[in-house]
Design a protein. Structure first.
Length: 425
Protein backbone atom coordinates (compact mmCIF):
# COMPACT_ATOMS: atom_id res chain seq x y z
CA UNK A 1 0.00 0.00 0.00
CA UNK A 2 1.36 3.40 -0.82
CA UNK A 3 0.97 6.56 1.12
CA UNK A 4 -0.75 9.08 -1.08
CA UNK A 5 -0.63 12.43 0.64
CA UNK A 6 -2.35 14.46 -2.06
CA UNK A 7 -5.74 14.22 -0.44
CA UNK A 8 -4.42 15.58 2.83
CA UNK A 9 -4.60 19.19 1.79
CA UNK A 10 -8.22 18.91 0.72
CA UNK A 11 -9.42 17.75 4.08
CA UNK A 12 -11.24 20.30 6.25
CA UNK A 13 -11.21 20.53 10.03
CA UNK A 14 -14.61 18.85 10.02
CA UNK A 15 -13.34 15.98 7.89
CA UNK A 16 -10.55 15.37 10.39
CA UNK A 17 -13.02 15.33 13.24
CA UNK A 18 -15.19 12.81 11.46
CA UNK A 19 -12.19 10.64 10.60
CA UNK A 20 -11.09 10.70 14.23
CA UNK A 21 -14.65 9.76 15.23
CA UNK A 22 -14.59 6.72 12.94
CA UNK A 23 -11.29 5.69 14.50
CA UNK A 24 -12.73 6.10 17.97
CA UNK A 25 -15.79 4.07 17.07
CA UNK A 26 -13.60 1.31 15.63
CA UNK A 27 -12.49 0.41 19.15
CA UNK A 28 -15.88 -1.16 19.85
CA UNK A 29 -17.42 -1.62 16.42
CA UNK A 30 -16.00 -3.30 13.37
CA UNK A 31 -18.66 -1.45 11.40
CA UNK A 32 -19.05 1.94 13.06
CA UNK A 33 -22.73 2.97 12.91
CA UNK A 34 -23.24 6.25 11.09
CA UNK A 35 -25.30 7.53 14.01
CA UNK A 36 -22.36 6.88 16.32
CA UNK A 37 -20.01 8.74 13.97
CA UNK A 38 -22.40 11.69 14.11
CA UNK A 39 -22.39 11.58 17.89
CA UNK A 40 -18.63 11.16 18.32
CA UNK A 41 -17.63 13.84 15.83
CA UNK A 42 -19.70 16.53 17.60
CA UNK A 43 -19.90 18.78 14.59
CA UNK A 44 -21.81 22.02 14.95
CA UNK A 45 -23.46 21.57 11.58
CA UNK A 46 -25.10 18.33 12.72
CA UNK A 47 -25.83 15.29 10.60
CA UNK A 48 -25.62 16.93 7.19
CA UNK A 49 -22.07 18.18 7.86
CA UNK A 50 -21.09 14.71 9.00
CA UNK A 51 -22.52 13.13 5.88
CA UNK A 52 -20.65 15.56 3.71
CA UNK A 53 -17.40 14.70 5.47
CA UNK A 54 -18.09 10.99 5.30
CA UNK A 55 -18.54 11.14 1.58
CA UNK A 56 -15.32 13.15 1.19
CA UNK A 57 -13.47 10.61 3.33
CA UNK A 58 -15.00 7.66 1.47
CA UNK A 59 -14.04 9.20 -1.85
CA UNK A 60 -10.44 9.40 -0.67
CA UNK A 61 -10.71 5.79 0.59
CA UNK A 62 -9.98 6.81 4.17
CA UNK A 63 -13.19 5.18 5.34
CA UNK A 64 -15.14 2.45 3.60
CA UNK A 65 -18.74 1.46 3.68
CA UNK A 66 -19.23 -1.99 5.08
CA UNK A 67 -21.11 -3.99 2.51
CA UNK A 68 -23.98 -6.26 3.53
CA UNK A 69 -23.97 -4.87 7.05
CA UNK A 70 -27.10 -5.03 9.14
CA UNK A 71 -26.98 -1.28 9.70
CA UNK A 72 -25.57 1.78 7.98
CA UNK A 73 -21.94 2.19 8.93
CA UNK A 74 -18.31 2.68 7.97
CA UNK A 75 -14.93 1.33 8.88
CA UNK A 76 -11.54 2.99 8.98
CA UNK A 77 -9.17 1.90 6.19
CA UNK A 78 -5.40 1.59 6.48
CA UNK A 79 -5.23 4.78 4.44
CA UNK A 80 -7.38 6.53 7.04
CA UNK A 81 -5.13 5.31 9.81
CA UNK A 82 -2.05 6.50 7.87
CA UNK A 83 -3.55 9.96 7.54
CA UNK A 84 -4.46 10.24 11.19
CA UNK A 85 -0.90 9.27 12.14
CA UNK A 86 0.68 11.63 9.64
CA UNK A 87 -1.59 14.43 10.79
CA UNK A 88 -0.47 13.92 14.36
CA UNK A 89 3.23 13.96 13.45
CA UNK A 90 2.55 17.15 11.49
CA UNK A 91 0.75 18.74 14.41
CA UNK A 92 3.73 17.93 16.61
CA UNK A 93 5.80 19.86 14.04
CA UNK A 94 7.89 16.77 13.34
CA UNK A 95 6.79 16.25 9.75
CA UNK A 96 6.15 18.87 7.12
CA UNK A 97 6.53 16.98 3.87
CA UNK A 98 6.54 13.40 2.70
CA UNK A 99 9.16 12.21 0.26
CA UNK A 100 9.69 8.88 -1.38
CA UNK A 101 9.37 5.38 -0.11
CA UNK A 102 12.84 3.99 0.50
CA UNK A 103 11.96 0.57 1.69
CA UNK A 104 9.27 -2.01 1.68
CA UNK A 105 9.94 -4.42 4.46
CA UNK A 106 8.02 -7.58 5.06
CA UNK A 107 5.76 -5.83 7.50
CA UNK A 108 6.27 -2.15 6.86
CA UNK A 109 6.63 0.77 4.49
CA UNK A 110 9.61 3.05 5.06
CA UNK A 111 9.19 6.65 3.92
CA UNK A 112 11.60 9.56 3.94
CA UNK A 113 9.89 12.63 5.36
CA UNK A 114 11.15 16.07 6.33
CA UNK A 115 10.31 18.68 8.92
CA UNK A 116 9.86 22.38 8.11
CA UNK A 117 13.60 22.97 8.54
CA UNK A 118 14.25 20.40 5.81
CA UNK A 119 15.70 17.80 8.19
CA UNK A 120 15.07 14.37 6.72
CA UNK A 121 13.68 11.62 8.89
CA UNK A 122 12.33 8.13 8.46
CA UNK A 123 8.68 7.26 8.94
CA UNK A 124 8.15 3.56 9.47
CA UNK A 125 4.57 2.48 8.86
CA UNK A 126 3.81 -0.92 10.31
CA UNK A 127 1.68 -3.15 8.12
CA UNK A 128 1.19 -6.38 9.92
CA UNK A 129 -1.11 -8.68 8.07
CA UNK A 130 0.09 -7.56 4.68
CA UNK A 131 1.21 -11.05 3.77
CA UNK A 132 -1.61 -12.85 5.52
CA UNK A 133 -4.18 -10.68 3.75
CA UNK A 134 -3.10 -12.22 0.51
CA UNK A 135 -3.29 -15.75 1.70
CA UNK A 136 -6.98 -16.20 2.02
CA UNK A 137 -6.76 -19.41 3.95
CA UNK A 138 -4.24 -18.11 6.48
CA UNK A 139 -6.32 -15.04 7.03
CA UNK A 140 -9.46 -17.09 7.42
CA UNK A 141 -7.77 -19.30 10.01
CA UNK A 142 -6.59 -16.23 11.81
CA UNK A 143 -10.02 -14.68 11.81
CA UNK A 144 -11.48 -17.90 13.14
CA UNK A 145 -9.15 -17.69 16.09
CA UNK A 146 -10.87 -14.52 17.28
CA UNK A 147 -8.46 -11.99 15.83
CA UNK A 148 -10.97 -10.52 13.42
CA UNK A 149 -10.28 -7.03 12.20
CA UNK A 150 -7.30 -6.69 14.45
CA UNK A 151 -4.44 -6.26 12.00
CA UNK A 152 -4.53 -2.51 12.50
CA UNK A 153 -4.49 -2.99 16.23
CA UNK A 154 -1.57 -5.43 15.93
CA UNK A 155 0.33 -2.95 13.74
CA UNK A 156 -0.15 -0.34 16.43
CA UNK A 157 1.22 -2.76 19.02
CA UNK A 158 4.23 -3.40 16.78
CA UNK A 159 4.90 0.34 16.55
CA UNK A 160 4.51 0.82 20.31
CA UNK A 161 6.86 -2.04 21.08
CA UNK A 162 9.44 -0.98 18.52
CA UNK A 163 9.39 2.61 19.73
CA UNK A 164 9.85 1.56 23.35
CA UNK A 165 12.82 -0.69 22.53
CA UNK A 166 14.46 1.86 20.27
CA UNK A 167 14.31 4.35 23.11
CA UNK A 168 15.59 1.89 25.73
CA UNK A 169 18.44 0.64 23.52
CA UNK A 170 19.43 4.15 22.57
CA UNK A 171 19.45 5.22 26.23
CA UNK A 172 21.70 2.27 26.98
CA UNK A 173 24.18 3.43 24.33
CA UNK A 174 23.38 0.95 21.56
CA UNK A 175 23.76 2.30 18.04
CA UNK A 176 20.18 2.46 16.80
CA UNK A 177 18.20 5.27 15.12
CA UNK A 178 16.89 7.91 17.48
CA UNK A 179 13.16 7.45 18.00
CA UNK A 180 11.42 10.81 17.61
CA UNK A 181 7.72 10.20 17.92
CA UNK A 182 5.13 7.48 17.60
CA UNK A 183 1.57 7.75 16.44
CA UNK A 184 -0.71 4.77 16.02
CA UNK A 185 1.03 2.26 13.72
CA UNK A 186 3.89 4.60 12.78
CA UNK A 187 7.25 5.58 14.17
CA UNK A 188 9.28 8.60 13.27
CA UNK A 189 13.05 8.20 13.67
CA UNK A 190 16.33 9.66 12.49
CA UNK A 191 17.49 8.74 8.99
CA UNK A 192 20.65 6.67 9.07
CA UNK A 193 22.96 7.46 6.20
CA UNK A 194 24.02 3.88 5.60
CA UNK A 195 23.32 0.84 3.51
CA UNK A 196 21.94 -2.42 4.83
CA UNK A 197 24.71 -5.02 5.05
CA UNK A 198 22.76 -6.93 2.39
CA UNK A 199 23.98 -4.37 -0.15
CA UNK A 200 27.64 -4.48 0.82
CA UNK A 201 29.69 -6.63 -1.53
CA UNK A 202 32.92 -6.69 0.43
CA UNK A 203 34.53 -5.37 3.57
CA UNK A 204 38.25 -5.03 4.19
CA UNK A 205 38.18 -6.95 7.44
CA UNK A 206 35.23 -9.34 7.75
CA UNK A 207 36.60 -10.88 10.96
CA UNK A 208 36.47 -7.56 12.68
CA UNK A 209 32.93 -6.69 11.53
CA UNK A 210 31.79 -10.18 12.49
CA UNK A 211 33.29 -9.70 15.95
CA UNK A 212 31.45 -6.39 16.29
CA UNK A 213 28.13 -7.99 15.40
CA UNK A 214 28.59 -10.93 17.75
CA UNK A 215 29.57 -8.44 20.46
CA UNK A 216 26.26 -6.63 19.87
CA UNK A 217 24.31 -9.89 20.20
CA UNK A 218 26.11 -10.68 23.44
CA UNK A 219 25.61 -7.19 24.80
CA UNK A 220 21.90 -7.41 24.03
CA UNK A 221 21.81 -10.75 25.85
CA UNK A 222 23.49 -9.18 28.85
CA UNK A 223 20.60 -6.72 28.94
CA UNK A 224 18.17 -9.66 28.76
CA UNK A 225 17.34 -9.32 25.07
CA UNK A 226 17.45 -11.20 21.78
CA UNK A 227 16.93 -9.19 18.62
CA UNK A 228 15.00 -12.00 16.93
CA UNK A 229 15.60 -10.91 13.34
CA UNK A 230 19.31 -10.16 13.28
CA UNK A 231 19.81 -10.39 9.54
CA UNK A 232 21.61 -8.48 6.80
CA UNK A 233 18.58 -6.25 6.14
CA UNK A 234 18.37 -5.09 9.74
CA UNK A 235 22.03 -4.20 10.13
CA UNK A 236 22.98 -0.91 8.50
CA UNK A 237 26.67 -0.38 7.88
CA UNK A 238 27.75 3.17 8.39
CA UNK A 239 31.09 4.42 7.16
CA UNK A 240 32.74 6.82 9.56
CA UNK A 241 35.67 8.64 8.14
CA UNK A 242 38.38 9.98 10.36
CA UNK A 243 40.77 12.42 8.70
CA UNK A 244 44.29 11.08 8.63
CA UNK A 245 45.64 13.82 10.85
CA UNK A 246 43.17 12.86 13.58
CA UNK A 247 43.25 9.14 13.14
CA UNK A 248 46.80 8.79 14.33
CA UNK A 249 46.34 10.86 17.46
CA UNK A 250 42.89 11.50 18.93
CA UNK A 251 40.66 8.85 17.41
CA UNK A 252 41.55 5.31 18.29
CA UNK A 253 38.91 2.92 17.03
CA UNK A 254 38.37 0.02 19.39
CA UNK A 255 40.33 -3.13 18.74
CA UNK A 256 37.22 -4.96 17.64
CA UNK A 257 36.12 -2.25 15.23
CA UNK A 258 36.50 -2.82 11.53
CA UNK A 259 38.75 -0.22 9.96
CA UNK A 260 39.72 0.35 6.41
CA UNK A 261 41.76 2.68 4.36
CA UNK A 262 39.63 4.57 1.91
CA UNK A 263 39.90 3.51 -1.69
CA UNK A 264 40.53 7.03 -2.90
CA UNK A 265 43.53 7.52 -0.66
CA UNK A 266 44.70 3.97 -1.15
CA UNK A 267 45.32 4.70 -4.79
CA UNK A 268 47.54 7.62 -3.90
CA UNK A 269 49.94 5.24 -2.26
CA UNK A 270 52.63 7.90 -2.36
CA UNK A 271 51.39 9.22 0.96
CA UNK A 272 50.11 6.22 2.93
CA UNK A 273 50.71 8.02 6.20
CA UNK A 274 48.01 10.59 5.37
CA UNK A 275 45.30 8.11 4.37
CA UNK A 276 41.86 8.65 5.93
CA UNK A 277 40.65 5.98 8.27
CA UNK A 278 37.23 4.55 7.51
CA UNK A 279 35.49 2.78 10.32
CA UNK A 280 32.55 0.50 9.59
CA UNK A 281 29.93 0.98 12.26
CA UNK A 282 26.90 -1.32 12.43
CA UNK A 283 23.61 0.37 13.29
CA UNK A 284 20.82 -2.00 14.29
CA UNK A 285 17.17 -1.50 13.32
CA UNK A 286 13.82 -3.33 13.36
CA UNK A 287 12.68 -4.25 16.86
CA UNK A 288 9.03 -5.39 16.95
CA UNK A 289 10.04 -9.01 17.39
CA UNK A 290 12.56 -8.57 20.23
CA UNK A 291 12.28 -11.31 22.82
CA UNK A 292 13.46 -11.79 26.36
CA UNK A 293 16.34 -14.11 27.26
CA UNK A 294 13.74 -15.70 29.55
CA UNK A 295 11.34 -16.52 26.72
CA UNK A 296 10.47 -20.23 26.45
CA UNK A 297 12.00 -20.34 22.99
CA UNK A 298 14.89 -17.99 23.79
CA UNK A 299 17.54 -20.51 22.83
CA UNK A 300 15.99 -21.03 19.40
CA UNK A 301 15.80 -17.27 18.77
CA UNK A 302 19.35 -16.70 20.01
CA UNK A 303 20.78 -19.52 17.91
CA UNK A 304 18.84 -18.35 14.88
CA UNK A 305 20.31 -14.83 15.16
CA UNK A 306 23.84 -16.24 15.48
CA UNK A 307 23.32 -18.65 12.59
CA UNK A 308 21.98 -15.86 10.41
CA UNK A 309 25.16 -13.81 10.80
CA UNK A 310 27.40 -16.83 10.31
CA UNK A 311 25.59 -17.88 7.17
CA UNK A 312 25.75 -14.40 5.68
CA UNK A 313 29.45 -13.95 6.42
CA UNK A 314 30.22 -17.30 4.88
CA UNK A 315 28.28 -16.67 1.70
CA UNK A 316 29.04 -13.05 1.15
CA UNK A 317 32.51 -12.51 2.62
CA UNK A 318 33.72 -16.14 2.58
CA UNK A 319 34.47 -15.79 6.24
CA UNK A 320 34.02 -18.49 8.85
CA UNK A 321 34.87 -17.81 12.47
CA UNK A 322 37.46 -20.09 13.99
CA UNK A 323 35.68 -20.10 17.32
CA UNK A 324 32.40 -21.97 17.68
CA UNK A 325 29.40 -20.27 19.24
CA UNK A 326 28.52 -18.04 20.93
CA UNK A 327 26.22 -20.37 22.82
CA UNK A 328 22.97 -19.53 24.51
CA UNK A 329 23.88 -21.20 27.79
CA UNK A 330 26.96 -18.97 28.15
CA UNK A 331 25.07 -15.83 27.16
CA UNK A 332 22.32 -16.70 29.64
CA UNK A 333 24.84 -16.60 32.49
CA UNK A 334 25.70 -13.00 31.67
CA UNK A 335 22.15 -11.60 31.86
CA UNK A 336 22.14 -8.63 34.22
CA UNK A 337 25.87 -9.05 34.98
CA UNK A 338 28.38 -6.22 35.28
CA UNK A 339 25.57 -3.86 36.19
CA UNK A 340 23.73 -4.35 32.86
CA UNK A 341 20.21 -2.98 33.20
CA UNK A 342 17.64 -5.53 32.10
CA UNK A 343 15.64 -4.21 29.21
CA UNK A 344 13.41 -7.19 28.52
CA UNK A 345 10.55 -5.70 30.53
CA UNK A 346 10.66 -2.55 28.35
CA UNK A 347 7.48 -3.34 26.45
CA UNK A 348 5.57 -4.01 29.68
CA UNK A 349 6.89 -0.76 31.10
CA UNK A 350 5.42 1.08 28.11
CA UNK A 351 1.93 -0.24 28.83
CA UNK A 352 2.11 -3.60 27.12
CA UNK A 353 0.04 -6.31 28.73
CA UNK A 354 0.99 -9.99 28.56
CA UNK A 355 -1.93 -10.52 26.18
CA UNK A 356 -0.74 -7.76 23.86
CA UNK A 357 2.75 -9.26 23.80
CA UNK A 358 1.34 -12.68 23.04
CA UNK A 359 -1.01 -11.44 20.31
CA UNK A 360 1.83 -9.56 18.64
CA UNK A 361 4.24 -12.45 18.86
CA UNK A 362 1.70 -14.75 17.30
CA UNK A 363 0.95 -12.37 14.45
CA UNK A 364 4.64 -11.78 13.71
CA UNK A 365 5.31 -15.53 13.74
CA UNK A 366 2.47 -16.11 11.29
CA UNK A 367 3.72 -13.38 8.97
CA UNK A 368 7.25 -14.74 9.11
CA UNK A 369 6.07 -18.23 8.31
CA UNK A 370 4.02 -17.04 5.35
CA UNK A 371 6.88 -14.89 4.06
CA UNK A 372 9.22 -17.86 4.21
CA UNK A 373 6.72 -20.06 2.41
CA UNK A 374 6.31 -17.41 -0.24
CA UNK A 375 10.10 -17.10 -0.67
CA UNK A 376 10.42 -20.86 -0.85
CA UNK A 377 7.77 -21.11 -3.55
CA UNK A 378 9.42 -18.35 -5.51
CA UNK A 379 12.81 -20.02 -5.27
CA UNK A 380 11.41 -23.35 -6.32
CA UNK A 381 9.79 -21.93 -9.39
CA UNK A 382 12.91 -19.95 -10.28
CA UNK A 383 15.58 -22.52 -9.59
CA UNK A 384 13.71 -25.69 -10.14
CA UNK A 385 16.34 -28.41 -9.96
CA UNK A 386 19.22 -25.96 -9.74
CA UNK A 387 21.49 -25.13 -6.81
CA UNK A 388 19.90 -22.07 -5.29
CA UNK A 389 22.88 -21.03 -3.19
CA UNK A 390 22.94 -17.28 -3.05
CA UNK A 391 25.66 -14.99 -4.24
CA UNK A 392 25.91 -11.25 -4.42
CA UNK A 393 24.42 -10.97 -7.87
CA UNK A 394 21.43 -12.96 -6.89
CA UNK A 395 18.85 -10.40 -5.93
CA UNK A 396 16.13 -12.87 -5.28
CA UNK A 397 15.93 -12.10 -1.59
CA UNK A 398 15.70 -8.43 -2.33
CA UNK A 399 12.67 -9.16 -4.42
CA UNK A 400 11.15 -10.97 -1.53
CA UNK A 401 11.25 -7.82 0.49
CA UNK A 402 9.55 -5.94 -2.28
CA UNK A 403 5.87 -5.61 -2.67
CA UNK A 404 4.09 -6.76 -5.76
CA UNK A 405 2.40 -3.41 -6.23
CA UNK A 406 5.67 -1.68 -7.00
CA UNK A 407 4.61 -0.64 -10.50
CA UNK A 408 2.22 1.95 -9.19
CA UNK A 409 4.57 3.12 -6.44
CA UNK A 410 5.85 6.38 -7.72
CA UNK A 411 3.16 7.37 -10.12
CA UNK A 412 1.26 9.35 -7.54
CA UNK A 413 4.30 11.40 -6.69
CA UNK A 414 5.13 12.04 -10.27
CA UNK A 415 1.67 13.30 -11.05
CA UNK A 416 2.48 16.23 -8.82
CA UNK A 417 4.56 17.85 -11.53
CA UNK A 418 7.44 15.46 -10.91
CA UNK A 419 7.83 16.64 -7.35
CA UNK A 420 9.01 13.94 -5.02
CA UNK A 421 7.97 15.87 -1.95
CA UNK A 422 4.44 16.57 -0.95
CA UNK A 423 3.58 19.13 1.64
CA UNK A 424 1.06 18.30 4.26
CA UNK A 425 -0.78 21.57 4.76
P1 LIG B 1 10.74 -4.26 8.34
O1 LIG B 1 10.26 -4.50 9.72
O2 LIG B 1 9.61 -4.18 7.40
O3 LIG B 1 11.80 -5.22 7.92
P2 LIG B 1 12.82 -2.27 8.77
O4 LIG B 1 12.72 -1.44 10.00
O5 LIG B 1 13.78 -3.40 8.82
O6 LIG B 1 11.36 -2.80 8.35
O7 LIG B 1 13.17 -1.33 7.53
C1 LIG B 1 13.20 -1.80 6.19
C2 LIG B 1 14.36 -1.17 5.43
O8 LIG B 1 14.24 0.26 5.42
C3 LIG B 1 15.72 -1.45 6.06
O9 LIG B 1 16.28 -2.64 5.59
C4 LIG B 1 16.53 -0.23 5.66
O10 LIG B 1 17.05 -0.39 4.37
C5 LIG B 1 15.50 0.89 5.61
N1 LIG B 1 15.48 1.67 6.88
C6 LIG B 1 14.68 1.46 7.95
N2 LIG B 1 14.90 2.36 8.93
C7 LIG B 1 15.87 3.19 8.47
C8 LIG B 1 16.53 4.34 9.02
N3 LIG B 1 16.25 4.83 10.24
N4 LIG B 1 17.47 4.95 8.26
C9 LIG B 1 17.78 4.47 7.03
N5 LIG B 1 17.19 3.40 6.47
C10 LIG B 1 16.24 2.75 7.17
MG1 LIG C 1 13.70 -5.40 8.58
Amino acid sequence: MKLDTRVLRHLTQEDWKVLAAVEQGTKNHENVPTVLIEKLSRLKGGASGVHKSISALAKASLVAKTLHAKYDGYRLTYGGLDYLALHQHAQRKQVYSVGSRIGVGKESDIMVVADDAGVQKVLKIHRLGRISFRTVKANRDYLKSGQAGSWMYLSQLAAMKEFAFMRALRDEGFLVPEPISQSRHTILMTLIDALPMRQISMVPDPASLYADLIAILLRLAQHGLIHGDFNEFNILIKEERTPAALSTSTSTPSASTSTATSTSTQTSSAQPATADQITLVPVIIDFPQMVSMDHVNAEMYFDRDVACIKRFFKRRFHFTATQPGPFFKDAKKTVGKDGARRLDATAEASGFTKKMAKDLERAIALEKKLAEEKAELKKESKYFGADSDEDFHDDDDDDDQEEDDSEDDDEAEEEEGGQAKQQLD
